[in-house]
Ligand binder design. Structure first.
Ligand code: ADP
Ligand code: ASP
Ligand code: MG
Length: 406
């Protein structure tokens, strides 16, 4: 008998028909003799609808009240799923994050899980019940409802699996696993049968929205075997996310990630002296704006430098205003900006042992006449910032040049 945690995402519980289908899947798994803990998201689109309602009152609503509101989406689906399970003769009980005590810190909208009280869950499993837990939500030590950030039901599932020491955590979604790139952009993308935690973490951090970053961090830290599968097909194959040691063959490039909605800002002609980077980024950090890529380069004028960085497009106007002020204080020449850029990244642990990946990547982009705005690298990834109009072209031509479609 195995203990399995399953998670069903928004599209998998989008309507009553889908919820009923999920109930049948759960019943079949339970009949095989496994113990099941299931975490669900809100019905597809519901969380966005709730945020829209809040914004119709206030563009900047109280973070505490926003969490009270958006957490209701998952409360709907846990109850409906239990009803669907009861209807087909399967014992099931639902718990909200507060009831099962998914204890988090108090950072509304991006709370981090501290602990989970697994005793009530274990007691219900002994009772032969399927335990259905609301994804995305928790409670802080003062009893306030918190949420874990968009896509946070993945993290609920992995945290449950870690706390319960489950045999596997299965993430059911609308694609059958992790693909070499987003199949919505490249229809020739191929399913990976296995991928390392490290690569998955890079892919999630670099924009592949298939799994929330925190869920991969959790899985890696607690060595939770994680599988991404389709809830829409009969015998899904899925992708196993596991330790690098368990993977036999290392290809140079495993996948391509992309991040839309980036914006680039540059301060041109800043005096080249100690403390300049600090002065520029301190002001940005104080405004709570996250900076992604940073490049400092020599300016055409001696003793001067140019300083560029990227931020999320939502923070573009705010960051630009701050940079205009910094331009005055530092006596820089000008601010240049472009809020129509995207980031495309190659990811693969095999990069450590394969030379020439970067030059091949730049050659492919050159052949397509795509200009590279910024470059950043780590041991297992190379990212470039390019104009947003070339996103699809860049992803597809790199996908084919690195033979990810083979
Ligand atoms: P859920 O609602 O089940 O949580 P998400 O929409 O969060 O589902 O995640 C699934 C989506 O992730 C897919 O429909 C796909 O478009 C997107 N995606 C992005 N990158 C990848 C990738 N490398 N492999 C598979 N899917 C990806
Ligand atoms: N319902 C939440 C969201 O849309 C959490 C999730 O789906 O994982 O972000
Ligand atoms: Mg998701």
């Amino acid at each position: 008998m195995a203990l399995i945690v399953q998670k069903y995402g928004g599209t998998s519980v989008a309507n009553i028909e889908h919820i009923t289908a999920v109930a049948h899947k759960i019943k079949t798994a339970q009949q095989k003799g496994d113990e099941l803990v299931v975490s669900v998201s809100a019905m597809s689109g519901q969380t966005n609808e709730l945020i829209k309602l809040a914004n119709a009152i206030d563009n900047n609503p109280s973070a505490r009240e926003l969490d009270v509101l958006v957490s209701t989406g998952e409360q709907v689906t846990i109850a409906l799923l239990c009803m669907a399970l009861h209807k087909i003769g399967c014992g099931a009980i639902s718990y909200t994050g507060t009831q099962v005590k998914i204890l988090t810190n108090s950072e509304h909208g991006k709370a981090r899980i501290r602990s989970i009280d697994v005793e009530p869950i274990k007691a219900q499993l002994k009772n032969n019940q399927v335990v259905v837990v609301a994804g995305f939500q928790g409670v802080d030590d003062k009893g306030n409802i918190t949420t874990l950030g968009r896509g946070g039901s993945d993290t609920t599932a992995v945290a449950l699996a870690a706390a319960l020491q489950a045999d596997e955590c299965q993430i059911y979604t609308d694609v059958d696993g992790v693909y070499t790139t987003d199949p919505r952009i490249e229809p020739n993308a191929k399913r990976m049968s296995v991928v390392s935690y490290e690569e998955m973490l890079e892919m999630a951090s670099l924009g592949s929205k298939i799994l929330q970053i925190r869920s991969v961090e959790f899985a890696s830290k607690y060595q939770v075997p994680l599988r991404v599968l389709s809830s829409m097909v009969q015998n899904p194959q899925g992708t196993l996310i596991t330790s690098e040691e368990n993977i036999m063959e290392q290809v140079a490039i495993s996948g391509i990630a992309h991040q839309k909605d980036e914006a680039k800002l540059s301060l041109i002609g800043v005096p080249d002296k100690p403390g300049v980077a600090f002065a520029i980024l301190e002001a940005i950090a104080k405004a709570n704006i996250e900076v992604d890529m940073i490049v400092q380069s020599a300016s055409a004028r001696e003793g001067m430098t140019n300083f560029s960085f990227t931020v999320h497009r939502d923070d573009f106007n705010k960051a630009k205003k701050i940079l205009e002020k910094t331009k005055q204080t530092l006596g820089a020449m000008s601010v240049q900006s472009n809020d129509r850029v995207v980031k495309v990244s190659l990811v693969g642990v095999g990069m450590r042992s394969h030379a020439g990946i970067a030059s091949k990547m730049f050659g492919v982009l050159h052949n397509e006449n795509i200009n590279i705005d910024m470059i950043s690298t780590s041991e297992i990834k190379i990212s470039v910032v390019i104009d947003e109009k070339y996103l699809e072209l860049a992803v597809r031509s790199l996908h084919s040049a690195f033979e990810l479609d083979k």
